[in-house]
Ligand binder design. Structure first.
Ligand code: ADP
Length: 419
């Protein structure tokens, strides 16, 4: 096993349909330290670039293109935006050597239950999984393919959102369809696994009892899911075959009687594309409120629809906590993470209030004050000292998990990190 040397760096890419997010880490002697993170967004329209340096240098923000690049050719996909981003990242290396690139890939199917180094045959196997996640997988794979062509000697690692959940028992993965469908891959995969992996590792350090016990982690971002962690391993999750199931989200429905889909197609003549658009892009908090998909906007809105959307959101989250607790035979702790989970004391308080009967008492000051620690990465206990159930706010960092895996697979890492 070779350690990284002084001056080594790892790049993490998270490519989506409308944005390409990146984080550059120093990987000095196996210790990961974030240097800069940011994103390019607005593909096919007005490109926007943002980058924030960990050392406090002023943020870089460019509207209408990439820094230092001509704006004549607007990229339509993450893989097209990669060229310009690559030049910018190379300029930030300042003598450091890029030893590998780690990618977030949404679907590993049944074959990939751990991160993998990507070569051409592996890429072909990942392309086979596009039909399982047609809205995400092609975007994730675009930059990998581009780099395989343009930088063939540069090691690349794919890290999967599904992999962390492959410890689930079969009963948690099943749908009550004829068994052959399960065998053919129509099963519950679960997503947000990189986030849950980060949170589990953080709990091991800061909340050992919650780590060792039965914990529900609520990842509340634009995408929303929850995971039942028993002794740090995933045993159940709210997301299923796709990232559409379970909790209501910014624009996605969450659980929906499949009979509704049949009805929309048969009685209203809606096409599959129209239904997909409805379920993924026009529902959830946006659809219910008629105001916004964004929790900040809903919390500051006076519109009755906004209050109803928040009420439904909290109601469904609490119900799902109950379901996951049953999967584990009890509950010792609840953890909030991602945009809403880390930053909204109101939503955390409302969910905890609905779970008071389970023995969860919030420490209102700690819950409100947890915001002070926002951005610092600190985990904060927000339950009262005499609460039977612990509650925590734990900021997630999927990029750091990807960087760790990338170094591990390149045989270059130790588990240390900072920043
Ligand atoms: P993504 O799933 O795209 O990574 P994030 O984890 O960034 O999303 O979460 C985005 C969500 O977090 C949005 O609904 C946003 O309104 C919400 N959010 C961010 N900051 C706050 C805040 N201070 N109060 C309430 N909600 C917030």
């Amino acid at each position: 096993m070779t350690g990284t040397s002084r001056g080594d760096a790892v790049l993490v890419l998270n490519a989506g349909s409308s944005s390409l997010k990146f984080t550059l880490f120093d990987a000095d002697h196996g210790t990961l330290r974030e240097c800069v993170r940011g994103q390019v967004e607005g593909f096919g329209a007005t490109l926007r670039f943002k980058a924030r340096f960990a050392d406090g240098r002023p943020e870089v923000s460019v509207d209408g293109g990439l820094p230092g690049a001509s704006s004549d050719r607007v990229p339509h996909h993450a893989s097209e935006a990669l060229d310009g981003l690559w030049r910018w990242v190379e300029a930030q290396l300042q003598g450091r050597r890029l030893v590998g690139v780690g990618h977030r890939v949404v679907h590993g199917g049944t074959a990939f239950s751990a991160p993998v180094r990507v070569d051409r045959p592996t890429l072909a196997a990942l392309q086979q999984l596009v039909s399982l996640a047609p809205l995400h997988q092609p975007h994730n794979l675009g930059p990998i393919e581009r780099l395989l062509t343009e930088q063939p000697a540069l090691p690349q690692v794919a890290c999967f959102d599904t992999a962390f959940h492959r410890t689930q028992p079969v009963v948690a993965e099943l749908f009550a369809l004829p068994r052959q469908f399960y065998d053919e891959g129509i099963r519950r995969y679960g997503f947000h696994g990189l986030s849950y992996e980060f949170v589990a590792t953080r709990l091991r350090d800061c909340a050992p009892q919650a780590f060792a016990g039965r914990t529900v982690v609520a990842h509340l971002g634009n995408g929303v899911s929850m995971c039942a962690l028993h002794a740090g391993r995933s045993v159940a999750s709210t997301m299923g075959f796709t990232a559409l199931d379970g909790c209501p989200m910014g624009t996605r429905t969450g659980s929906l009687d499949p009979g509704v889909v049949l009805h929309l197609a048969r009685e209203r003549g809606m096409s599959l594309d129209a239904i997909e658009d409805l379920l993924y892009k026009r529902s959830g908090l946006l659809g219910l409120s008629g105001v916004s998909h964004d929790m900040r906007a809903l919390e500051s809105s006076e519109a009755p629809g906004a209050a109803l959307a928040i009420e439904y959101f909290v109601y469904r989250l609490a119900r799902e906590v109950g379901s996951l607790a049953v999967a584990m035979g009890g509950l010792d702790a609840l953890v909030f993470t991602a945009g809403i989970g880390e930053n909204s004391p109101r939503i955390r308080a409302a969910v905890c209030e609905r779970l008071a009967w389970l023995g969860l008492t919030l420490d209102a000051n700690a819950n409100a004050g947890a915001q002070v620690a926002a951005g610092s990465g600190a985990a904060v206990r927000i339950s009262a000292s005499d609460s039977r159930l612990e509650a925590w706010r734990v900021p997630t960092d999927e990029e750091l998990v990807i960087a760790r895996h990338t170094l591990d697979l390149l045989g270059r890492s130790s588990p240390k990190h900072s920043g």
